[in-house]
Design a protein. Structure first.
Length: 191
C-alpha cells in the first residue's frame, strides 16, 4: 500500500514538473520575440517530458537496483535530449536536413530492444550498446556527405555532439552490464 502511495505521488510530481517546465517558454513568449512556440510545440514538449518522466517513475518503482535505475535515467535523459534537439534545431545542419531523420532510429532501437529483452538488464546492455554506435555511423555519413561545410556544422561540431550521445548511451550500457554481471554472480552463488 505504501509503495502504491509513493507511485501516485511520483506520478503527480511528473505532471507538475512537466507543467512548470512548459511555463518557462510560455512566460518567455510574453517578454521576447526570440521564443515563438506554437500549440504543437507545447503538445510535443509536454508529451516528451511526461513520457520520459513516467518511464523513469515506473523503472524507479519496478527495480530496486541503483545501477539499473542509473542506466534507465541516463538512457531516458539522453534520448529526450536527442529527440528534443533534433526536433528543435536539428543535430546536423538544421532540422530540415534529411540526415537528421536517421537520429530517430536511435529511440526506435531503444524501444524495440527494451520490449524484446523484457526490460532485463542483459538485453538492455546490448540495446544501449547498439544505440551508442548509431550516432558514430551518422557522423561518418554526415562527414562523407560534406555536411561539415558551410552553412552546416563544422566537422568538430558534428563529431562532438555525436560523441556526446555515444558516450551517454555507452554509460547506460555499462550500467546495465554491471547489473547483469551482479545478477549472474548471485545465481552462481545460489547454486
Amino acid at each position: 500500500m505504501k509503495s502504491e502511495h509513493k507511485l501516485k505521488k511520483h506520478l503527480v510530481l511528473v505532471i507538475l514538473v512537466t507543467g512548470v517546465l512548459l511555463l518557462i517558454p510560455l512566460i518567455a513568449m510574453q517578454f521576447t520575440t526570440e521564443v515563438v512556440w506554437t500549440l504543437s510545440d507545447f503538445l510535443i514538449a509536454g508529451l516528451l517530458l511526461s513520457c520520459t518522466g513516467l518511464a523513469f517513475v515506473f523503472a524507479l518503482h519496478k527495480m530496486e537496483n541503483n545501477s539499473y535505475r542509473l542506466g534507465v535515467g541516463i538512457a531516458l535523459i539522453s534520448t529526450l535530449f536527442l529527440v528534443w534537439a533534433n526536433l528543435a534545431v536539428g543535430i546536423v545542419g538544421n532540422e530540415s536536413e534529411d540526415i537528421n531523420v536517421l537520429y530517430y532510429i536511435i529511440p526506435a532501437i531503444g524501444l524495440v530492444g527494451a520490449f524484446l529483452s523484457r526490460f532485463q538488464s542483459h538485453g538492455l546492455s546490448y540495446t544501449l550498446s547498439a544505440m551508442a554506435v548509431i550516432p558514430l555511423i551518422i557522423a561518418i555519413v554526415a562527414l562523407m556527405g560534406y555536411l561539415q561545410e558551410p552553412p552546416h556544422n563544422t566537422a568538430t561540431q558534428i563529431l562532438g555532439i555525436n560523441m556526446f550521445f555515444t558516450v551517454m548511451f555507452s554509460l547506460a550500457a555499462i550500467s546495465f552490464r554491471n547489473v547483469a554481471r551482479d545478477e549472474n554472480e548471485k545465481e552462481l552463488i545460489a547454486e
